[in-house]
Design a protein around this ligand. Sequence first.
Ligand code: PDD
Length: 313
Amino acid sequence: MEIHRRGSSGVSDRSDEFIGESIGESIGLLSRMPDIAFINGRFVPWAEATVSIDDRGFQFGDGVYEVIRTYRGVPFELDAHLERLSRSAKELSLLQPYSRTQWMEWIREGVKLAGYREAKVYIQITRGVAPRDHAFPPDVSPTVVMTVRELHPLSPAIRHAGVAARTVEDLRWGRCDIKSINLLGNVLAREEAKKAGVFEAILVKDGLVTEGSASNVMAVRAGSIVTAPEGPRILSGVTRTVVLTMAAKERILVEERFFPVDFLYTADEVFLTGTTIEVLGVVEIDGRVIGTGRPGPITRALAARWARLTGSG
Ligand code: PDD
């Protein structure tokens, strides 16, 4: 993979210089920074982590992102996240500026610098800085941003009780498989959920359940898990993949197909999957009680397996 280095954007690339420093020296520089910011190849104090108003991420939402979490300081499923980042970038003909190995080094360094036991790593790549014009600008260098912040996991009480959700019309574009920073449909849906006082918005397109505003949705019926198939209508979650593999190990049948809202209302169990929420039972949707009103046995079995896998239980 080509390693592109910035030069002409007004943001210098001190990546080699910085990476060349020991973590100790870096910490000296950044010791009062609880959250870590990285921009175009450099770890910088938060206040200096700024991008141009001409950035196409700001102007058009022309970029991609990833959210990765750590368990006891180790990024979880890093390969899968970086693979999806590359794929998203490729689908938008966006130059992926750093190699996989380079990303891995920087993510690990960022996590170490932050020092959090549980951290949330956010990566964003935009097409770069250019005067506003919809078509791709020539010779533009991508803008790359990474932040490392403390992750506050959901409380055991919430996990134990399960959460409520509401359905919202899925207004998003036709390529939800790309993890684009253009999240307006997701933002509006989540706001509806917030207004309704529930945890998540479950998106519905043409009467069929696609996914959550920031999660994948799984229904359990007669011992089988049913979930929307991979394709342009959903983001294929890293957690979704791991959970479906776990389900196979538990000998739980998985059907990847679309299902209507009614199927959700009458499911034995419903649960959400996602990087920060992991496996989370949904016990009420649009005011209707799901199953027994408690996270069901399959949800609990998968959540327990997840906790064993990640050492978080
Ligand atoms: N969102 N679907 C959508 C629309 C999402 O935004 C996410 C994650 C998922 C679950 O993907 P994963 O298991 O890889 O986290 C599914 C992240 C966490 C976010 O936008 O903050």
